[in-house]
Every structure is written in C-alpha cells, then in structure tokens.
Design a protein around this ligand. Structure first.
Ligand code: SF4
Ligand SMILES: [Zn+2]
Length: 423
C-alpha cells in the first residue's frame, strides 16, 4: 500500500487530499486534507501494513515543503519537515516538555549481549515519561553528554535531575530503519554468542510509553520482522498489547518482556512515579501469554526491602504467564540515582524503607545483600517448574567477590539466556 496525494484545485499549493491505495490501485482509505501523523500511523495498524511517509507527496504544515526526507510533527500532530521541526520550540503537555529528537543514529551496537539481551538497540526517543528514580539511562553518554542539545530542544537544566520531564520523539525512525536495513550487508551483522544478533527496543526509553512512541515502535518492529531479524521488546507499558497481531507475524523470532521489580504498589509508585502499576504490566504479559507470543520478565532491580515471601509471591505471578526466562538483578546503590531513590522514599514518609536502602551504602553491606538476594531468588525459583532465572551479576559485584563465588558469577555472566528464538 502507498499514499497518493492530489492538490485541491480551490486551495493553496500545499492544500492536498491524501488517500491510501492498495497494490492494485484501489483506494482503501481517504484522509481528507493534510492528515496528522497520528492518523497516518493509526491507518498502518488498521490495514496491517507499513506506510513509508517519505516522497509520497505529503507536505510540511508549516512551510509547505514536501516531506522527502526527515520529518517530525507539531503539537497538533501535523507533519513538519526537518527544518521546521528542528527550529521549533518544545511544548509542554502534562508537565512533560516535548519536541523532535535530532539524534542521527538508527541502530546502535550494544553491550547488552553481556546480559544475553541483544547485540543492537533501537531507541525510539530520548527521555522517558516514566521517570524511574533508579534509571541509569540519564547517566549514560547518550543522555549525559548531550546536555546542550537537551537544553536547546527541551529546556533541560540537568538531564539527570529532570529525567521524566522531557521527551524527544524520533518520529521518522521507521522510515530510517527501513532504509538502513535495505542498505545493510547482513554478512557483517554483529552476532555474538549471548546477543544472538538480536535488536532490542528499547534500552534507553520505554518504547510503548504512549501512543506516539508505540507508533514509532510498531513501524520499526514491522521492518525488523520483514528482514527476519530477531527482536526483543522491553517495556513497562500495557500499550504493548496493541501490537499482538504484529508480534504473531514474527513466528517466534520476537519476544516481549516487562520489567516488574516488585508488586508492592506503595514502593513502585514512589520509585517509578509515572509508570503503569505492576499488575497492569502483568496483565499485559498475560495477554501475550494467551496469544502465544514468546515472553520474558525483567525482575530488576529488586529492592532490599524484599524478603523471601515477596519473592515467592512475585515468582508465583510470573509462573502463571509461563515466561521463557526471568532475568534478575538486585539494585545497585551506586551513583546519584540511588540517592534519588532514598530522597523519594523519604519525601513520601517511607522512612523504614528509606533506611533499608540507605543501609546498602555502608561498607560491604551491598555485597551481602546482593549475594543473599541472588541466592534467594534462585532458590525460590526451584519451587516453580516453569521458571528459569537468568541472573545478571554486575561487574562491580564480581570484582567485590573472590574464589568460588567469583567463579560462579563469572560463569553466570557467560551464560546464554534459555530463550529459544526461532532459528
Ligand atoms: S521505564 Fe526504563 S527507561 Fe524509562 S525511566 Fe524507567 S527504567 Fe528508565
Ligand atoms: Zn517546513
């Protein structure tokens, strides 16, 4: 399917009627004049197709230039050419500063093969509306080294402190992924033992955090499936279920997971202030289970307040959706993120929980806690036939241990997750 446009003889040059036609030239949908990006992307879903918006006769709502290359959209959803998109001010929506993301990269090589997750990542945005306090993303170079750009595009003073208050979308990513894959020499596709050539969406944002992000994600995933590329989706958002139809087309070479560190809503609502509640995430996994889509859980980062019963309860819920794997990692008290967790708990009057977190900062305490929690999770998991734990022992935990323990962790780190994937 493709778009066709026709100039309105009674209107200006950029006043165009837009319609979607199938491969036989039949009109399948009429959009009227100047459809919004949202209308076009939703039509993709309705007709289960991909509509490349480049060079289709669409025009910028601001200057009237044709959308031949990069584009984004205005607050009202109308299309903007790249010049207009990159010169426009951010707008505010529900306390979030929003704009177009000028990032050039499409597919980035990733070190997440060390966690047996992927070899490449696609991030559909810079920033994340969920604003999890422990999120390590704002301290990575992809965000931390780009403070000038973030200030320019979204008035960001401090990328870390403002995390959760800014969001820059990569609206034309599906078009760029399509072109990138068409030009890719798959002989050189990076495929490590643990990463298996998988592309993950997304490691630096939540790829289903809202409809606009979900639309970008759907377009990218469609292209990955078209090119038979193994794909992993990780999200906290129940919106992910809107694309079950697409996931089924991947024939097992795509897996979808959710991060559920805990089912304690009082803690989650403080530490992941804008993310959907854990039970909503579980329900999304349950829908994927019922639809037969391969799935996993990221039980990460688990909190020091969690005892054996909490872990048992969490694993019982996970067992009910029969995941291919449960990834586990205890929280790491390093850096400003951890301070922000403690502050947020204190601000909400959760003093004893804040104390539990603060204890981890004392010499040696974190290593004891991490060893205990890893052991406990692996032990409790033995009571569930259908749960396999893939532990992520971080480098600093490995370095803090020695002898047999250290060898055990090194071996865990070398393991490949048990997920089959299609090939
Ligand atoms: S959902 Fe993920 S990327 Fe977004 S803030 Fe939370 S941890 Fe960070
Ligand atoms: Zn323009």
């Amino acid at each position: 399917m493709k778009l066709e446009t026709e100039r309105d003889p009674d209107g200006g040059w950029y006043d165009r009627f837009v319609q979607l036609v199938d491969d036989q030239g039949h009109v399948v949908e009429e959009f009227g004049k100047n459809p919004t990006l949202n209308e076009l992307r939703e039509a993709e879903r309705r007709h289960s197709t991909r509509i490349n918006l480049w060079q289709q006769g669409l025009v910028c709502d601001e200057c009237g230039n044709q959308i031949n290359e990069r584009f984004s959209a205005r607050q009202d959803g109308h299309l903007l050419c790249w010049d207009c998109a990159t010169s426009s001010e951010s707008h505010e929506q529900g306390g979030l500063r929003i704009n177009a993301d000028p990032t050039k990269s499409v597919l980035s090589e990733s070190k997440l093969h060390k966690k047996s997750l992927c070899d490449y990542v696609i991030n559909v945005a810079t920033g994340c509306r969920h604003g999890c306090k422990f999120c390590y993303v704002p301290s990575t170079p992809a965000v931390d080294n780009r403070d000038e750009m973030l200030d320019d595009r979204a008035d960001v003073d401090d990328p870390q402190q403002d995390w959760g208050d800014y969001l820059l979308y990569r609206d034309d990513l599906p078009e760029r992924v399509q072109r990138g894959l068409e030009e890719t020499d798959f002989q050189n596709w990076k495929t490590t033992d643990r990463g298996r050539g998988i592309v993950m969406l997304s490691s630096g944002t939540d790829c289903y955090q809202d409809r606009r992000a979900a639309q970008i994600t759907r377009g990218c995933v469609h292209e990955l499936i078209e090119h038979d590329i193994p794909t992993r989706i990780l999200t906290r958002s129940p919106n992910v279920t809107r694309d079950i139809d697409l996931f089924k087309q991947a024939n097992g070479s795509l897996t979808v997971g959710s991060s559920i560190p805990s089912f304690d809503t009082s803690l989650i609502s403080v530490l992941e202030p804008n993310a959907p509640p854990p039970m909503a995430r579980w329900e999304a996994l349950n829908e994927l289970f019922k639809a037969g889509v391969p799935r996993f859980v990221s039980f990460s980062p688990t909190y020091p307040t969690m005892g054996r019963e909490d872990i048992h309860e969490a694993l019982s819920w996970f067992s009910a959706i029969d995941p291919e794997v449960v990834f586990h990692e205890p929280i790491n008290p390093r850096g400003i993120n951890f301070e922000m967790c403690i502050e947020a708990l204190e601000d909400e009057g959760l003093e004893s929980e804040a104390d539990e977190f603060r204890k981890l900062q004392r010499q040696g305490k974190w290593v004891d806690y991490a060893l205990d929690q890893i052991e406990m999770v692996r032990d409790v998991a033995t009571h569930f036939e259908n749960i396999t734990i893939h532990t992520w022992p971080g480098r600093d935990l490995i370095e803090a241990t020695n002898g047999t323990q250290q060898r055990k962790f090194k071996q865990m780190r070398r393991q490949i997750s048990p997920e089959p994937f299609a090939e």
